[in-house]
Design a binder for this molecule. Structure first.
Ligand code: ARG
Length: 506
């Protein structure tokens, strides 16, 4: 029975020396990581090229070995592109697939030398570091375009008044521009978190080997530079055991999703009939199969709904790590699928939300109507009594609270200035109606909130300028980082060409 399940046709495992039987098909199916690894092949090949170049420079392999290795690594990349080299689950993972390709094509005497002074344990980390590095830059670019969509809204709406909320109840007047810039301020923190994650990912694990370093005279500084990493990640045992760079990235992505989900929540209720503060473009909404009148904010709902999967990825990683002893553990293989999923979800959401925002119509008349409807300027009146009538804030709060209670009882608002004036007189507060009108005007309230970071157009405009500068700095940083990666990649190609050209000459 058991022998039937054994893969007889598959070639020998590269680690099969000490084994007397091949793994069963079940074992292979259970342990391979081919689906997740497909994304890594480009980086696996790059890492191998750099490793091989270093081995030859250090005299660990011969020039001839290097030529054969580089020739066939290049062919592996081409064949993978064209579809003639596909990753085989029988070979377990991307690393074994590439190495097997090399051995099958270049022969064991050449291909068999690539894995000198290296382990899959540092190799898989190199791949993951290289992959995450580029993905973070993509996410950062997308966040910047979302921020720009918000800034464009802000620039035309520094004076558009709307109710600001606390407890989802009308609180104080703010401007739509103030609301929009709040998101920019929030997403700029995500940018900083991603930059910090980039820094962790931008260190070189290659050369940690299985866990203890190696007796071969490797040059970790050289591979660090040729892979465009900022510095070698030194302590070999820690390197092999570390997945906190993934955890940090997943936390940054989780926070991005938290923020996108909160935005989605606002889009969802702002576009309800009851709020009526925004209207989605038809092209970015969905209808109902039965109710002909429906227009739903499905993109926002799906963003909110996918957030849990990104949090799940973070929990998955943290739970994976909590019981692991130092060194490599196969549990680590499970770090990649959730990370890929998290990047995919964040990229999908960031890919569409800037367009949703750009095409949304904000209903400023409705916002103005709402801000006058429910005592949003009560705090302004209380502040006025403190400043001009020399009451303590607690006393003025009491008087204005009483006034609001009376008006609510009569189902009226501050818009009834006559009555407001009369009621205040009952508390010995005499404010001329024309003055009252100014105090209770939400637009003036906006203009007067000039404290640092307040909702006044002056402050919002200042913050718009400051955020634009910060976004410029981030764009600069992202393109410098991208250029460093591209440069390292080009430099590797150049090194490869030098080696391969020489062969033609000799
Ligand atoms: N597929 C493995 C992973 O993702 C690669 C490293 C395997 N190392 C090992 N010692 N089995 O973690």
């Amino acid at each position: 029975m058991k022998t039937d399940q054994r893969i007889k046709t598959a070639g020998k495992k590269l680690w099969s020396g000490r084994f007397s039987t091949d793994p069963t098909s079940q074992t292979i199916a259970f342990t391979h990581s081919i689906e997740a690894d497909t994304r890594l092949i480009k980086y696996d090949i790059w890492g191998s090229q750099v490793h091989a170049i270093m081995l030859e420079r250090q005299g660990i392999i011969l020039e001839n070995d290097l030529r054969e290795i580089l020739l066939w690594l290049g062919k592996a990349a081409e064949d993978f592109q064209s579809g003639s080299f596909m990753l085989d689950p029988n070979k377990e993972d991307v690393h074994m697939n590439v190495e097997s390709y090399l051995i099958e094509n270049a022969g064991r005497e050449f291909g068999g030398k690539l894995h000198t002074a290296r382990s899959r344990n540092d190799q898989v980390l190199v791949d993951a570091h290289l992959y995450i590095r580029e993905e973070i830059l993509n996410v950062q670019r997308s966040i910047s375009s979302l921020c720009n969509a918000f800034l464009n809204i802000a620039k035309v709406h520094v004076d558009s008044v709307m109710p600001g909320y606390t407890h989802t109840q009308h609180a104080q007047p703010i401007s739509l521009g103030f609301w929009a810039t709040a998101y920019v301020s929030m997403f700029l923190r995500d940018q900083r978190r991603l930059s910090a994650s980039y820094k962790l990912a931008n260190t070189n694990p290659l050369g940690a080997c299985a866990l203890a370093g190696t007796t071969f005279p490797i040059d970790r500084q050289f591979t660090t530079e040729l892979l465009g990493f900022e510095t070698p990640q030194e302590h070999a045992l820690d390197v092999i055991s570390s997945r906190d760079f993934i955890g940090e990235t997943l936390f940054a992505l989780s926070m991005v999703m938290a923020n996108l989900s909160r935005l989605s929540e606002e889009i969802i209720y702002w576009t309800t009939y009851e709020f009526g503060m925004a209207m989605l473009d038809d092209a970015y909404s969905s209808g109902s199969s039965i109710m002909p009148q429906k227009k739903n904010a499905d993109i926002a709902e799906l963003t909110r709904g996918r957030t849990g999967r990104v949090y799940g990825a973070l929990m998955d990683l943290l739970t994976n790590l909590k019981g692991l002893p130092l060194g490599y553990n196969r549990d680590f293989q499970e770090d990649k699928p959730p990370l890929w999923e998290a990047f995919d979800i964040v990229n999908e959401c960031l890919g569409i939300l800037p367009d949703v925002l750009k095409t949304t119509e904000f209903k400023t008349e409705r916002m103005a109507e709402l801000v006058n409807a429910n005592f949003a300027t009560a705090t302004e009146l209380a502040n006025y009594l403190v400043k001009e009538h020399h009451l303590s804030f607690r006393e003025s709060h009491e008087i204005v609270g009483w006034l609001v209670g009376e008006l609510v009882h009569k189902e009226l608002t501050f818009l009834d200035l006559e009555l407001t004036h009369k009621l205040l007189l009952e508390k010995d507060v005499d404010i001329p109606i024309s003055q009252l009108q100014q105090i209770l005007d939400p637009v003036l309230a906006l203009q007067n909130n000039q404290s640092l970071g307040g909702t006044s157009p002056k402050e919002v405009n200042r913050m718009i300028d400051s955020f634009e500068k910060q976004l410029d700095d981030i764009a600069m940083n992202v393109s410098t980082n991208q250029a460093r990666i591209d440069e390292a990649y080009k430099e590797t190609k150049h090194e490869i060409e030098k080696v391969l050209d020489k062969k033609i000459v000799t």
